[in-house]
Design a protein around this ligand. Structure first.
Ligand SMILES: [Zn+2]
Length: 161
């Protein structure tokens, strides 16, 4: 059997540090690279996220995967608000899979899907409709409610007579 050509390459990313880019045109639904790492308890994963790690991936209901780049280059994948890839389970491992056709040279991006309890930071994905924060879509209504509550408390407290 012929060895399949490597579909990704590591390069400096305009979004953040080093990223992964398509070395060739990639068809939708293609497994690109496996996330390798340490399977850890979700408690340990949550702690790592709180300390600012961004390479902790949900593995199953009770476990996370510590997929930092020292284990596999897949850990370099950056966040994008409109990602072209996703992480899926395949042959017992977690794989970076293309969700749509990707052009050669495009940066490979996933949605980091951080929730409000985790350490989410500003997003620099550069998409015209970038959400501005690396926070999962379904938590935005919660964040808006929280923010309007805070600003109401603030204006009540500092209301001028
Ligand atoms: Zn963004």
């Amino acid at each position: 059997m012929q060895r399949r050509k490597r579909l990704w390459q590591k390069r400096r990313s305009p979004i953040n540090g080093v990223g992964l880019f398509a070395a060739l045109p990639i068809r939708a639904g293609t497994p690109i690279i496996e996330f390798k790492g340490r399977v850890i308890s979700w408690e340990e994963g949550a702690l790592m996220l709180l300390r600012g790690a961004n390479h902790v991936i949900k593995f199953d209901a009770n476990h996370d995967l510590d997929a930092r780049p020292q284990w596999s280059p897949a850990g370099h994948v950056n966040h994008g608000c409109f990602p072209n890839c996703a992480i899926k389970k395949k042959r017992g491992g977690l794989w970076l899979i293309s969700m749509r056709p990707i052009e050669q040279g495009e940066e490979l991006l996933i949605d980091y899907d951080f929730d409000l309890d985790e350490e989410f930071g500003p997003c620099r994905c550069g998409h015209p409709r970038c959400r501005g924060l690396m926070l999962r879509k379904k938590d935005w209504p919660k964040l808006r409610r929280l923010m309007s509550k805070v600003s109401k408390q603030y204006s009540d407290k500092y209301k001028t007579v």
